[in-house]
Design a protein around this ligand. Sequence first.
Ligand code: 1HN
Length: 349
Amino acid sequence: MKGPNEMSQTPLSLFSDRISPLSISPLWERKIKMVPGSQCVPHVWPYSVMRPLLDESTHLIEKKEADRRVLMMENPSLRGSSFISNSLFAGLQIIMPGEIAPSHRHSPNALRFVMDGEGAYTSVNGEKVSIYPGDFIVTPAWSWHDHGNLGNGAVVWMDGLDTPFSSLFGAHFRENYPEDIFPISKQHGNSYAQYGSNLAPLSFTHTHEQNPCSLLHYSFDKTRDALLSLAKDDGVKIDLAHGFKLRYVNPLDGSYPFKTMAAFMQLLPKGFKGLNYRTTENTVFNVAYGNCRIQLKDRVVEISSNDVLVIPSWETFSFESENETMIFSFSDRAAQQSLGFWREEILPI
Ligand code: 1HN
């Protein structure tokens, strides 16, 4: 007599069972669906929750001990990974007066978006950059970097990294500099003078294959002025999904500041109601000022100054703002576009 299990076995299922111990699976039985989107979910980390936790951490761990005093924002579906989406890392870092974060370098690219407090600097490959709220800072892969706070109060910024890419490729390298502080070899404002004034050094030619973004600092003053003047210009059409949105560029070739990550600032004018939008891009938003509502598939979330929101691939969302609102964001669009994966869609209401 055959048992019930044996009854349901077929030559095909017996075949699958036989090859399974050999680490072989039949494609016709695969469980991964070939559809856009991921297991990641949209999620908000309110600053009203994050800031007290950051403050508390300053009493619990010394900067030196922590190396970087960062609270990582992990996607609820990726707990334990350190990632905010399948392709991005985001954390909030706090640095207290007199503290330094020692110099190191790693293969992932890093960006910073300054959220709160004055008097901090970051030093990137021998250039010290003073940073202020709203500023966007580029730390290219493998560049030495240390940070310090010369001010009187705490400084908080968001770190965005492409560590999931180095994990994916198994190409994560990291080393500490033998001293805490990497020697300063350039004048303050060096990268801005060379690359930030619609000029470029003679040594630059368009035949260069690799142009890591040499402009390190994009000040909020300039970004805000640009967006506010666009918003006042009758000749400029507003984007129906994003409001007025600009991307940060590598001034040498107009490309994204990183090969993997793009970064943006957008202005939602008072009373803006955006169209529904979805893209394959995974995006991390951080509100520079103002507040808005974001309609997601199954709920509405509200975000205001310094709140962080992640919207993973292919999630439909739309913006609505009662007040003028400016939002910084970074995403994996640079990688997706250069690899041919990127798509977007504006959806009917
Ligand atoms: C890093 O080097 C910093 O330099 C911040 O401040 C966050 C997260 C993962 C890996 C390296 C920093 C980081 C990081």
